[in-house]
Design a binder for this molecule. Structure first.
Ligand code: GDP
Ligand code: K
Ligand code: MG
Length: 291
């Protein structure tokens, strides 16, 4: 018996359900999920291991036209994951329009086998599913088309079986106990960022970055310090809220998520800092981990 291993790239437009799918496939809350576009800013690996195989899924930012240096970094990460891919899963929302070429152009960078996943079929009907499946078959001639609901775990096993069938014979790329390429600091900052996306409106989530500045692991408690970075003073006031009440809400929910994720008590302190136009400044982007 020969060991299989490979990279499986999950790509698509913003909000198609890529991160929900990734979490369903790996069985962990690895990627943050919110109803807002551009929640995912990095390529995040989720690794599934058995004795016989190692599947390395890449969750990626939704494909958009870049408006900031930040977006350019996000799109480079998508392209990197497509170039590396042994297999590509294109996630589409059954109700989204697909007239422009952004996503399809990116796919031209790879000859890896492709499956189109028509997601959110719980919000649609059989006739629409048939129409969309025929549309994708005609448009991209993929190796397979799946109708799924990532949120309701519908047909996820079918995708996993397809992935295993199409995975190359190869030794493992990572340690066989690795679950991801990201560290605990990254996941802590993502859990705070998820709350920023959920609790604030308009441009606030998009103007915010979260950096974990200290992560101290005591046996019974993790002590975490984080900076919430925004672009303007007015945004800082909104993040903090009247008498600090908004920041307190963010901290409470983020702490709960962390306690579940790390299976530890968490002490969390947060500071809000203004860095004008950080999204357009290459030096800050680099410092924040966007290559
Ligand atoms: P991403 O931007 O492509 O990573 O999408 P997310 O995974 O963050 O999901 C965007 C939104 O779509 C979230 O509110 C999800 O709960 C929702 N969503 C994802 N999959 C499904 C699905 O199968 N059915 C429904 N109804 N909603 C879904
Ligand atoms: K999203
Ligand atoms: Mg996402």
């Amino acid at each position: 018996m020969s060991h299989k291993a490979g990279f499986v790239s999950i790509i698509g437009k913003p909000n198609a359900g890529k991160s929900t799918l990734m979490n369903a496939l790996v069985g962990e809350k690895m990627s943050i999920i919110t109803p807002k576009a551009q929640t995912t800013r990095h390529r995040i690996l989720g690794i599934v291991n058995t004795d016989d195989y190692q599947v390395v899924f890449s969750d990626t930012p939704g494909i958009i036209k870049p408006h900031y240096a930040l977006h350019e970094s996000m799109m480079h990460q998508v392209e990197g994951s497509i170039v590396d891919a042994d297999l590509i899963l294109l996630v589409t929302d059954i109700n989204e329009e697909y007239d422009e070429q952004d996503v399809l152009k990116k796919l031209e960078k790879s000859e890896a086998p492709l499956a189109v996943l028509i997601n959110k079929i719980d919000l649609s009907n059989e006739e629409e599913v048939r129409t969309k499946a025929a549309y994708w078959q005609e448009k991209l001639n993929p190796k397979a088309v799946f109708a799924i609901s990532a949120l309701h775990d519908h047909n996820i096993k079918g995708i996993f079986d397809f992935v295993l069938e199409n995975l190359p014979v190869h030794p493992p790329y990572y340690e066989k106990d690795a679950l991801t390429d990201r560290n605990d600091r990254f996941f802590a900052s993502e859990m705070i960022r998820a709350q920023v996306f959920k609790q604030y409106k308009k441009e606030i989530p998009y103007s915010t970055e979260v950096i974990v500045t200290a992560f101290k692991e005591d046996p019974k408690i993790y002590r975490i310090s984080a900076e919430i970075i925004v672009e303007r003073d007015s945004q800082k006031n909104i993040i903090i809220g009247n008498k600090g009440e908004m920041l307190k809400i963010v901290g409470t929910y983020a702490r709960r998520e962390m306690e579940e994720f790390f299976q530890r008590k968490i002490f969390l302190e947060m500071f809000v800092k203004v860095i004008p136009d950080w999204r357009s400044k290459k030096n800050y982007l680099k410092k924040f981990g966007y290559e």
